[in-house]
Design a protein around this ligand. Sequence first.
Ligand code: ADP
Length: 178
Amino acid sequence: MQHRGVTVWFTGLSGAGKTTISHALADKLRSQGCKLEILDGDIVRENLTKGLGFSKEDRDTNIRRIGFVAHLLTRNGVIVFVSAISPYRAIREELKEKIGDFVEVFVNAPLAVCEDRDVKGLYKKARSGEIAQFTGISDPYEAPENPTVECRTDLETLEESMAKVMKTLEELGYLTAE
Ligand code: ADP
C-alpha cells in the first residue's frame, strides 16, 4: 500500500467508537506498510496537553495542540489518526483549513446508545454529577454538518465502518494499492 500524508480526524461522543475504529484501521494499514501515528485524546491529555480541563477554552487549546502535531506529521508523509471528542465545530473547521489534507470522520451513535455502552463508566458518573462538563450530558457536542465520512456505529459493524474510511482514503488518493 502506498500512501500520502493525511490527518484523519475521528470526532464523536464518548463511546461512539472512535478508538475502536481508529485502532483497528491503524493495525490494518501498518501491517500493509503504511507509516501511521495515532493521537488519542485520552493519551494526549496525559502528556502533550496535561493540566488542561474541559472548559471551552481548554478544549480548544487541547484540540489546537493535537492539530499542530498532526500537521507536522501529515506534511512529512505520515497518516495521522486523531481520536478525540473534539466537540466544537469551529476549531475542527480551523484545523481542516490549516492542515488541508484532512478527512473528517463523524463517528456517530445516538447518545442513548453511547450511554448504554458506557465503555468507561463515565456516563454513570456524569449523570450522578460526579463528573462535570461531560460531553452530551452537561456539555455541548456540535456534530459535523458535512463530514467526509459518517460511521453509524449503532447500525453498522466495525468492519463496515472501517471499510467506509478505507474507501474514502482510496477515493481521495491518500491510499493506493501497489
Ligand atoms: P470512543 O473512543 O469513541 O470513546 P470506544 O471505541 O472506546 O469509543 O467504544 C465504542 C464501543 O462501541 C466499543 O465497545 C465497540 O466494541 C462498540 N461498537 C459497536 N459497533 C461498533 C462499530 N461499528 N464501530 C466501532 N465500535 C463499535
